[in-house]
Design a protein around this ligand. Sequence first.
Ligand code: ADP
Ligand code: MG
Length: 223
Amino acid sequence: MKIQVKDLSKIYGTKENRVVALDHASITIREGDFISIMGPSGSGKSTLLHLVSGLDTPTSGSVLYGDTDIHHGSDRMLSAFRRQKIGFIFQQFHLLPVLTARENIIMPLLLDKKQPDEAYLDQLVSLLGIKQRLSHLPHELSGGQQQRVAIARALIAEPDIIFADEPTGNLDSKSGGEVMRMLCEIREKLNKTLVVITHDPHIAGLAERRFTITDGVLQEVTA
Ligand code: ADP
Ligand code: MG
C-alpha cells in the first residue's frame, strides 16, 4: 500500500511557547521502500513518524494509506488500522516488565482477540535469534535481546509497514549492529516497507532512499 504524506505540519504550543516541530513535510512511501531519515536531536524526526503512523494528529496536512486519510476517521478505526497495518519499534523497547518475552510478542494479537500463527511466530523468533529466550522476563534479557523481542512484537500481526524510531539508540554499537542486520534481513525476507530514523550515518546508508530533517524541514538526499 502506498503512503502519501502531503504538507504535514505540527505546531506545539502558542505565542512564546510556539514550536514548529514539523514544517510542511511531504513524502511518498511506496510498497517495499527502505527509507532512512536522519537529523539532529529535536529536528522533528519522532514527530514525523508519530504523525505518519497515526500515533499523533497533525496541525495541518494529510496522511493517506491508499485512499484512506488516517486522520479523518474515528479513533476506533485508526487504532484497529494501526494494529493491523503498522509495526512500530521504539528506542526504549516499551516491553511490559511482568510479561515474558513470548507474552509481550503476542500481546497485540490478544488485543484483537486473535491467536498467534505458531509457524510464523517460530519463523520470527528464529530470524531474531530469541527462540531460547521466550520464557524470560524483559529484565532477564540484554538490551539487544529486549529490542529483538520488541521487533517480533511489532511484526506479529503481519503489518505491511515497519516504522523504527532510533531502534539502536539505546544499544551499544555491537548489539545495535546486530539489531539492524536482523531488521534488514526480515524486511527483505518478508517483503516489508521499512522507515528507520537514526543518528547513525552507517545505518542511514543501508537504506535505498535517504532523507534528512532539519528544524522540521524534510528533504530527500539525492545521490
Ligand atoms: P527528534 O525526534 O528529532 O529529536 P521531536 O520530533 O521529538 O524531535 O521534537 C521536535 C520539536 O518539537 C522539539 O523542539 C521538541 O521540543 C518539540 N516537541 C516535541 N513534542 C512536544 C510536545 N508534546 N510539546 C511541545 N513541544 C514538543
Ligand atoms: Mg526522537
